[in-house]
Design a binder for this molecule. Sequence first.
Ligand SMILES: C[S@@+](CC[C@H](N)C(=O)[O-])C[C@H]1O[C@@H](n2cnc3c(N)ncnc32)[C@H](O)[C@@H]1O
Length: 284
Amino acid sequence: MTTRPAATDAAPSNPWAFGDYHRFAKATIWEIGEVLAEACGIRPGQRVLDVAAGTGNTAIRAALRGADVVASDITPQNFPAGQAEAASLGASLDWVEADAQALPFADGEFDVVTSSFGAIFAPDHQAVADEMLRVCRPGGVIGLTTFRPVGPARAFFGLFGPYLPPPPPGALPPTLWGDEEHVRELFGDRVDLDLTRSSYVERASSPEAYRDLFLSTFGPAVGVRSSLANEPARGAEFEAALLDFAVRSNSGPGGGPAEYRYDYLLVIGRRRAGVDAVSADHGG
Ligand SMILES: C[S@@+](CC[C@H](N)C(=O)[O-])C[C@H]1O[C@@H](n2cnc3c(N)ncnc32)[C@H](O)[C@@H]1O
């Protein structure tokens, strides 16, 4: 049985283990799992891998469509909440701890490989693209949703830099996955790609409530806040920056609920048969 670190514990090395990811996902991006499952055309009997699955946003939707599903993620602390969600819906799937950059699955094992706003957080984008392709059978489908580097997403990810340890050398930012050119380079000629710009809206009763949602549930924000427990001035500075973001990015009607429109790329690719899944860069 995995245990969730309390907010007062020393910071774990993985910020996604903090907070209450499932509550966060249900309040923000939960509709996207169904969007991605539908876009991938997931149907009964298919074998599906959801990468960086969190608590199963896309994986559970795939299972509800009758697919044979594996939900994988680097943060197993969040699996119990996903398992409870799946059980409440009568969905059955497997949960496997895995880094998106080194998936513990065989070549061509899956008909469909998905990731909703998940695999984008691994630092080595090329390794992620290569791995998702490797485990997908020729003719199979790869589907991702990726934040575009505009609007609230761009502002949001910039908030964390001053408070986190430096990323590993060569790490690329998650929102680069929202750049069409970058995605085309990552997959090269190995995939027939269909890239669609779309958006969805997150809502809260007020900007303060939106800030509080992050501070109480979103692992990286809870982790930063916890790591600053002995530096109250910096902790207050971080909270003020989050509120400033929530106020400035609010596009809701004056006096009404706060709204945040996030632009994303829906990436759907079909793996070409007869083309090696390993990219020239990573063929070593
Ligand atoms: C914003 S959440 C998205 C989760 C889920 N796909 C959803 O739609 O709710 C990002 C997820 O990426 C996972 N993650 C981050 N880096 C990862 C990596 N290198 N390999 C696998 N999962 C990773 C985190 O643990 C977290 O569950």
